[in-house]
Design a protein around this ligand. Structure first.
Ligand SMILES: Nc1ncnc2c1ncn2[C@@H]1O[C@H](COP(=O)(O)OP(=O)(O)OP(=O)(O)O)[C@@H](O)[C@H]1O
Length: 291
C-alpha cells in the first residue's frame, strides 16, 4: 500500500534518516526506537508534514506529495502533541474538526456518535475535556484521526503519559482499528506494540535495523539470553563482562538476565529472548543510564 523508497532526511548538515526503504500493507506496524532515533521524522514524512531530502514515498504507486489532497483524504494522523480546546466537549471539538475537513453537519453528527462509541467516550460526549485523563484525551485524539475513516492511520507516540491500564485499552482499540486499514504507531515502549504489531520496525544509526515480526526479531538473540543468580559482590564484575538486561534482588542474591554469545557456564539458565531484550541490547549505548 505504502512504499518508502530510498528516503533520506537532512536537517541542514545533520542526517536524521539515511536511505530508508520500507513497505507497508495492512495491519499494525510498530515503529520502535529510543527518543531521537528519527521516528517522528519518518512519521512526519509519511503524513506529508515534512518532505524527504532524497527519495520518495508512494501510495498505491503514486507519490504522496503529488497526490496531495487525495492522499490527505485517506490519511488519519495523531501527532505527538495534539492541540485540543479544554473548554470544548469531545462532540463540539470533533464537530469543529469535521467542519474543517468539509464533512456536512448531519453526517458529522452520526460519524462522531459512532466514533465516540468506538473509543469508549459515549458517556462523556457532552462533558468539557478540561477534566479528562490523559487516556481519555488520547482517545479523543484517535477519534479525530478517524473522522474521515482513513485507510492509513498514523499515530506518533500515542501512549506517552498513559498509565498501564490505559495503555492496555489503547492496544485493544488499535488492533481493532487495524482490521481494515494500515496503522503505523511509533513508540519507545516495547509493550505498546509487542503483542499487537504484525511487524516491528527498529531504527538505528539513521537506518532500518529490523523490519520483521516480533518472533523473527527475537530470533536474533536466540541462544544468547541467560538468567542466573549471583552475589552482590559479583555484580560489578558481571556488569563489566556481560550486557545486563535486567537485575532484581532475590533471596539475598541478585537475579540477572543478560546476554552472552560465547561459551556458557553450566549454572546459567538459557531463556527465550523477548522484544525488550532485543531493544535493550541493540540500543544499549543510547539508553545507558535510562534503564
Ligand atoms: N527540525 C529539526 N532540525 C534539526 N534537527 C532536527 C529537527 N527535527 C529533528 N531533528 C533531529 O533529528 C533526530 C531525529 O529526531 P526525531 O524527532 O525524528 O526523533 P524521534 O525518534 O521521533 O524522537 P522523539 O520521540 O524524541 O521525537 C534528532 O537527533 C533530532 O534532534
Amino acid at each position: 500500500m505504502i512504499i518508502v523508497k530510498d528516503v533520506s532526511k537532512q536537517y541542514g548538515d545533520f542526517c536524521a534518516l539515511n536511505n530508508i526503504n520500507l513497505e507497508f500493507t495492512y495491519g499494525v506496524y510498530g515503529l520502535l526506537a529510543p527518543n531521537g532515533a528519527g521516528k517522528t521524522t519518518l512519521i512526519k514524512m509519511l503524513a506529508t508534514l515534512i518532505f524527504p531530502s532524497k527519495g520518495e514515498i508512494l501510495y498505491e504507486g503514486k507519490n504522496i506529495l503529488e497526490m496531495d489532497e487525495e492522499y490527505r483524504a485517506l490519511l488519519g494522523y495523531l501527532p505527538q502533541q495534539f492541540g485540543f480546546y479544554k473548554n470544548y466537549t469531545p462532540k463540539q471539538y470533533l464537530l469543529y474538526l469535521a467542519a474543517l475537513k468539509g464533512i456536512g453537519k448531519k453526517d458529522a453528527v452520526n460519524i462522531i456518535e459512532d466514533l465516540l462509541e468506538k473509543v469508549a467516550l459515549s458517556d462523556v460526549t457532552n462533558k468539557k475535556m478540561r477534566k479528562f485523563s490523559g487516556g481519555m484525551i488520547q482517545r479523543v485524539g484517535i477519534a479525530q484521526a478517524l473522522l474521515n475513516d482513513p485507510k492509513v492511520l498514523i499515530l506518533d507516540e500515542p501512549t506517552a503519559g498513559l498509565d498501564p491500564k490505559e495503555r492496555a485499552r489503547f492496544r485493544h482499540l488499535l488492533s481493532e482499528l487495524a482490521r481494515d486499514r494500515l496503522v503505523i504507531i511509533s513508540t519507545h515502549i516495547v509493550s505498546d506494540i509487542e503483542s499487537i504489531a504484525n511487524e516491528v520496525i527498529m531504527i538505528k544509526n539513521q537506518s532500518i535495523l529490523y523490519k520483521e515480526s516480533v518472533e523473527k526479531i527475537c530470533e536474533s538473540l536466540e541462544g544468547a539470553v541467560y538468567e542466573t543468580a549471583i552475589s552482590y559482590e559479583q555484580l560489578d564484575e558481571f556488569r563489566k563482562q556481560y550486557v545486563i538486561l535486567s537485575e532484581r534482588q532475590e533471596k539475598g542474591n541478585m537475579s540477572v538476565r543478560f546476554i552472552h554469545k560465547g561459551e556458557r557456564e553450566s549454572e546459567w539458565q538459557l531463556v527465550v529472548p523477548n522484544l525488550e531484550d532485543v531493544f535493550l541490547y541493540e540500543y544499549r549505548d543510547e539508553i545507558q543510564g535510562e534503564v
